[in-house]
Design a protein around this ligand. Structure first.
Ligand code: CA
Length: 236
């Protein structure tokens, strides 16, 4: 899964610049031009991080930050505040409201990307690291390689993306629709049973050596990647 970032900023030129640089760095970017929209997009798209401008129309950045923190669905999303202000009191207010970090405009893209990685690493280690490990499955995202118990596994691009998503959230159950959105994107029409076909291929590739099947089927709910423990429920 590509980590996604919501850019909440009303200055169009800065949004364009941020989008360009963040996409180049491998992030998926959502943009919101005012505070209300930022809350809406944050709730609907569940970005992995929010870059939040302090001075936004409709709702101020600080208010958006407060509301994101007070809502169940967005409570834990990392927030980096962007601001033209450099006063210490504003910085403290932002952090008090639950922002994870703070950048004063103008900032360099290098600095922003470094802060992003630092926040991601601190809050969601699995998103920032090149090598992700779940049980005896190891994925090297820089080299695009997967190993199970030290042995290389060949996966098609769809199975790779699916495994990457599952490895970001070990143990969590995903419905077919959620996997579909994560792997193909929400703007493409794919039949739900296509998900089953690819889960089947992923299973086959992962347990080709007669090793146990690490993917658990949760009847009428979806699929989950077991965190090391052998699967207990039979596959459909
Ligand atoms: Ca602004």
């Amino acid at each position: 899964m590509t980590p996604s970032i919501l850019v909440a900023e009303d200055e169009g030129a800065l949004v364009t610049l941020l989008r360009y640089n963040l996409e180049r760095a491998g992030y998926k970017v959502y943009a919101a031009m005012d505070g209300e929209e930022a809350l809406l997009v944050a709730t609907e798209e569940k970005p992995d991080l929010v870059l939040l401008d302090w001075m936004l129309p409709q709702l101020s950045g600080i208010e958006v930050c407060r509301r994101l923190r007070s809502r169940q669905e967005t409570r834990n999303v990392p927030i980096i505040m962007l601001t033209a202000r450099s006063e210490e009191t504003d910085r403290i207010r932002g952090l008090d409201m639950g922002a994870d970090d703070y950048l004063t405009k103008p900032f360099s893209m290098t600095e922003l990307l470094a802060r992003l990685r630092a926040v991601m690493r601190r809050i969601r280690p699995s998103l920032a690291e090149d090598v992700v490990t779940v049980g005896n499955i190891e994925m090297d995202r820089a080299a695009h390689r997967v190993k199970r118990a030290g042995k290389g596994i060949h996966l098609g691009p769809t199975e790779y993306k699916m495994l990457e998503h599952l490895m970001q959230h070990p143990g969590r159950v995903f419905s077919r629709e959620q996997l579909l959105d994560a792997v193909w994107g929400s703007d493409i029409y794919v039949e739900a049973r296509t998900v089953d076909v690819h889960v089947g291929r992923l299973r086959k590739a992962l347990s080709a050596d007669g090793t146990d099947d690490p993917i658990r089927t949760v009847r009428s709910a979806g699929y989950a990647l077991e965190d090391g423990a052998p699967a207990t429920e039979a596959a459909d």
